[in-house]
Design a protein around this ligand. Structure first.
Ligand code: GAR
Length: 233
């Protein structure tokens, strides 16, 4: 189902903002993604992504936890800002903060995060090092719905890549980032093209239950077209 009006995206970030930048390029230069970035929120004044957004003329807000009397107040401020921008979707792109139901409930089923591992493997930090230490032959990234469980919400889509014997954690991070960007843009494009519903930990796309996460290049292309595949294949 194609959505007729551009979907309004709010991006939350804490750091360099390469996902924001890539998404911005693709959303604004690519008519295949029917969306607009209506605001960027950072939780740190030194987040390079905040300056990038300002340079690109995107509305920004700095919402700092240390400027609020409690984490609950901080999360209320986040919710107020996101609501002010009338977000359809909230995208956590390198937002390095764990949110509680105060910020999650108002956007249940509309908040997604990108995480640099093949979830459910390696929730939390240091995912590249942990994949190497485990001797994995494969690594990747996941886009998932955000729930109160850390990196534990249902996974919408993943990108996979091989780990070579000589790879260091830095090699993995460098090689994964462009794939992460593709995964993010494909996932956002999917949100704008199809009816994506989240209910009770299940994801349905165009009314069809998603049995396994979509894999970029197999079930999902970068323009957001979805090809359901048979789980037994
Ligand atoms: C990305 O690699 C993303 O997967 C990761 O932070 C980086 C943000 O990059 N997210 C997490 O680790 C969340 N747990 P960016 O600031 O250049 O967009």
């Amino acid at each position: 189902m194609a959505k007729d009006r551009p979907q309004r995206l709010v991006i939350l970030l804490s750091g360099r903002g390469s996902h924001f930048e890539n998404l911005h390029q693709n959303v604004h230069a690519n008519s295949l993604i029917n969306a607009e970035i209506v605001g960027v929120i950072a939780d740190r004044a030194d987040a390079a992504g905040l300056a990038k957004a300002q340079r690109l003329g995107v509305a920004t807000a700095l919402v700092r936890p240390d400027r609020h009397s409690s984490s609950n107040q901080f999360e209320h401020a986040l919710v107020t800002q996101i609501r002010d921008w009338h977000a359809d979707w909230v995208i956590l792109a390198g937002f390095m903060r764990i949110l509680t139901p105060t910020a999650l409930m108002p956007f249940e089923g509309r908040m997604l995060n990108i995480h640099p591992s093949l979830l459910p493997k390696y929730k939390g930090l240091d995912t590249h090092r942990r994949a190497l230490e485990a001797g994995d032959g494969e690594h990747g990234a996941s886009v998932h719905f955000v729930t109160a469980a850390l990196d534990g919400g249902p996974v919408l889509s993943q990108v996979r890549m091989r780990i070579d014997k000589t790879d260091t954690a830095t090699d993995l991070a460098e090689r994964l980032l462009p794939l992460e960007h593709q995964l993010m843009q494909a996932s956002v494009a999917l949100l704008t093209r199809h009816a994506v519903e989240y209910r009770n930990e299940d994801i349905a796309i165009d009314g069809q239950n998603l049995v396994n996460p979509m894999v970029l290049g197999r079930d999902l292309d970068v323009t957001g077209h979805w090809q359901p595949h048979c789980p037994s294949q």
